[in-house]
Structures are given as C-alpha cells and as structure tokens.
Design a protein around this ligand. Structure first.
Ligand SMILES: Cc1ncc(COP(=O)(O)O)c(C=O)c1O
Length: 423
C-alpha cells in the first residue's frame, strides 16, 4: 500500500475514534475491518487499500439486489432531477404506485402502507397501530428476537443486554421461547394487543420458524382477539426463498413490517402494511395520528418501485432458494472438515447462519475471512453465529469462493486457538 493511502485510511479511522464511537472503532479494527470502503458494484466492495471484497454480509439484508443496481440507481436519478422530497401538501405518484404494488404483492388483504425510514420505525408504527386498533396494551415477543433499538422496538427486542440500560421500557411485554406456539398460548390474555414475530430470527442467530409455527400463532391470535405482527424487515422481499417469510406457512398477518431490501440497496425506506380493519381502528378519526416527515419520500419510493420490479421480474426469490441450497451444502462440507467447533449450519434461502461452539473461534474466523477478502459478520443477539446474507444476485462462483475462504479461515481459527490453549 502506498504511504498516502495508508495515511488516508488512518485519518478516517482516527476521526471515527475521536468523533464517532471509539469503542466501535476498536471493535471494527479487531474484526479485520480496518480499511475504508470507497465504492461498490454488485456483490463487490472496493476499499481504499485497493482490495476488492465479496460482500457476504449484504448489509444485513439491505443489498438483496447487490450494490448500485443500475435500474434502481437510474430510477433514483430520475426522481432526484425532478423532485427528490415531497412538499407533503400534494399527492405524489411514486408513493401511489408503490403502495398499490405492495398491496398486490403482500399476502391476503394487507392493503394500506405507512412509510418510514428504517426497520425500527416500521416496528414502532406496528406496535402503536396494534394498541390503537385493539384498545389493548400488552405484547408478546420471543427470546432472542430483534426488532430494533428505538424505545418501543427495543421493548420487544429479546436481549436483556440491550434493554437494561434504558429501562423502564414500555410495560406489559412478555418474552416466550421461539418456536413454541404452546408458550404463546399460555401467555396470551384479554389485554394482549399483539404477538410480534420474525419468520426467521435474524439477530437471534438465524433460527428459522418450524413449519406450522407461524400459522399456529395466527390461529392463537385470531382466537384471542389479538393481532399478529410479522416483522419482515430482514426476511422480506425474497431473502428466504419466497417473497415473504410468511409465505412458507401461507399466513396473512394483520400487520407486516419491511425495510432493508425495500430501498433496493440505494435508499433507506421502511413500511408498515396493515389490513383495512387495523387501519380503520388507527386512522379513522385522525389521518395524522401517526406521521413521518421523510417517510415515503419520492426518491425512496422510486427506489422501492424499481426494487420490487426487479425482484419479481428476475425471480430473485427462486435465485435465493437455489443459491441458498448451494451455500448451505458448501458450509455443511466445511462443518464436516472442521469438526465439533461448528455446532450447526442452518437457514432458509440466502439467510444462513453457522453456529460455532466457542465465540472466539467465530470472531477469529470473521477476521480471517475479512483478511482474505470476504465480508461476514455475527448476529447481534448471538455472537457465536456467523451470518451469510449475500445479495440474491450472487453467482455460483462467488458462493464457491466464499465457502473456500470460510473453510480456510475456520480451520486457521481452530488451529490458532488450539495453539493458545496449549501454551
Ligand atoms: C427483524 C428486524 N426488525 C427490525 C430491525 C431494525 O431495523 P433498523 O436497524 O433499520 O432500525 C432489524 C434490523 O436488523 C431486523 O432484523
């Protein structure tokens, strides 16, 4: 690396350390990410050092279409040149078109969309809507669940470590084990506004719902007059091999949240879509009861329209299924090679997790992969799990290359740790 480049990287990292977040700066450097990203296209990211990386983290699901998909970029450019943000006094066409598309591509009678700018905001809206529509106040969530870090979303996020410093959060939230419909049945009561659930627990360690689990929850909610909120912020838009995670069980939620991939990897946008009954209960008396200044702005909607078109026209759900099968079987071969340090390889579509027995081995493996040019990361609520969420446009060759690098890195990590233990 030439001296100027090295100085530039150091300068950027020093500013992060001084003015952004010193702890995070150390963590990223320790993880092997001590470089500066410069540009990206498809599945590849180019760093200031000149290295090109394969992005198998995929922005935790943001980059379903890869980086800088040309059709999304063009749609956003077109809108940028006309009217990027809305007056919020008049109607605008991108929001009208996007809302019709979402109503048509989501299950059942999910109809009305509220727009925000992130996953947490989409969840905030869902929780508020559930309370207003039912007149009830309590929620049931699951242990290990991740729904975001704003106060409401954090209240239903199932990891004590993130909640504790901010308590008291919203009252009346109980957590039950994931994949047990019986536990929800026992917990649900006359004041339960909603059950909130992911169809694959993402940050909880990539844990797919067992077949029938989501439809059992649907039945339990319907019997008890509670709403079903399905959080598809990470699973939605093809990631799991079908358009929506709920499609694996043929379930229609009362409220569904989405974000991440919705902006086509170019713009931030979140959406909360509800049935007409729920919408009536929330907005009937005051259409301004819940709002967001930037939510559903024309540029974000233009990106989302293009993203939805591409996902449907290019059948990217099917691509996720096929490439996911290849990736899972490659990772299982590595598991056989590495032995008991890898506990399990699991996932659905291109949302795949590898659970290690020891957190240090997972961390060293991520570091080794970064050094060899593959971006991976662990799941927030379970750091023993390395997640693989590459763009849905990933090629067979890129999958095979990433599996080889994972194999080398995991073997190296196990060896290094054995070396340390024997000292
Ligand atoms: C299922 C789920 N819900 C909500 C969120 C929060 O999204 P954001 O980080 O955009 O606020 C996430 C983020 O990882 C998520 O995976």
């Amino acid at each position: 690396m030439i001296a100027d480049t090295e100085a530039h990287i150091d300068e950027v990292i020093e500013k992060y350390s001084k003015y952004v977040n010193p702890g995070l700066t150390k963590l990223l450097q320790f993880g092997g990410f001590g470089d500066v990203e410069m540009e990206a296209l498809g599945c590849e990211v180019t760093l200031a050092s000149g290295t090109t990386c394969l992005d198998f983290l995929g922005g935790y699901g943001v980059f379903a279409l890869g980086h800088r998909n040309p059709r999304v970029v063009e749609a956003v450019h077109r809108q940028l040149d006309r009217m990027p943000l809305s007056t919020r006094a008049f109607f605008h066409e991108p929001q009208a078109i996007l809302s019709e598309m979402l109503a048509k591509c989501t299950p059942g009678n999910l109809t009305y969309s509220f727009y925000s700018n992130s996953g947490a905001e989409a969840v905030e809206a869902a929780l508020k809507f559930a309370r207003a529509a039912t007149g009830r106040t309590e929620f049931i969530s699951t242990e290990g669940a991740y729904h975001g870090k704003s106060l409401g979303a954090l209240s239903v996020t199932g990891r004590q470590k993130y909640r504790l410093p901010f308590e008291p959060l919203i009252p009346g939230v109980s957590f039950v084990p994931y994949n047990s419909a019986d536990a929800i049945n026992e917990q649900i009561g006359a004041n339960t506004a909603a059950v909130i659930i992911e169809t694959v627990q993402g940050e909880g360690g990539i844990i797919p719902a067992l077949p029938g689990y989501i439809s059992d929850i649907r039945d339990i909610c319907s019997k008890n007059g509670s709403l079903l909120i399905v959080d598809e912020v990470q699973t939605g838009l093809g990631r799991t091999g079908l358009m929506w995670g709920v499609d694996h069980d043929g379930v229609v939620p009362d409220i569904m949240t989405m974000a991440k991939a919705l902006g086509g990897g170019v713009m931030p946008i979140g959406a909360t879509i509800t049935t007409p009954e729920v919408w009536e209960g929330v907005f009937r008396e005051n259409p301004y009861i819940h709002t967001s200044t930037f939510g559903g702005n024309p540029m974000a909607c233009a990106a989302a329209i293009a993203a939805l078109q591409i996902i449907q026209e290019d059948n990217l759900s099917q691509a996720a299924f096929l490439m996911g099968s290849r990736l899972i079987s490659g990772l299982k071969n590595v598991q056989a090679l590495v032995g008991e340090s890898i506990k399990e390889v699991r996932g659905q579509g291109l949302m795949i997790g590898v659970e290690f027995s020891i957190q240090d081995v997972a961390e060293l493996t991520i570091n080794g992969m970064a050094r060899r040019g593959v971006i991976a990361g662990y799941t927030l609520n379970n750091p023993r799990v390395i997640r693989f969420e590459p763009p849905l446009i990933v090629s067979e060759e890129q999958i095979d290359a990433a599996v080889n690098i994972f194999s080398e890195s995991a073997l190296e990590a196990v060896e290094m740790l054995e070396g340390i233990e024997s000292i």
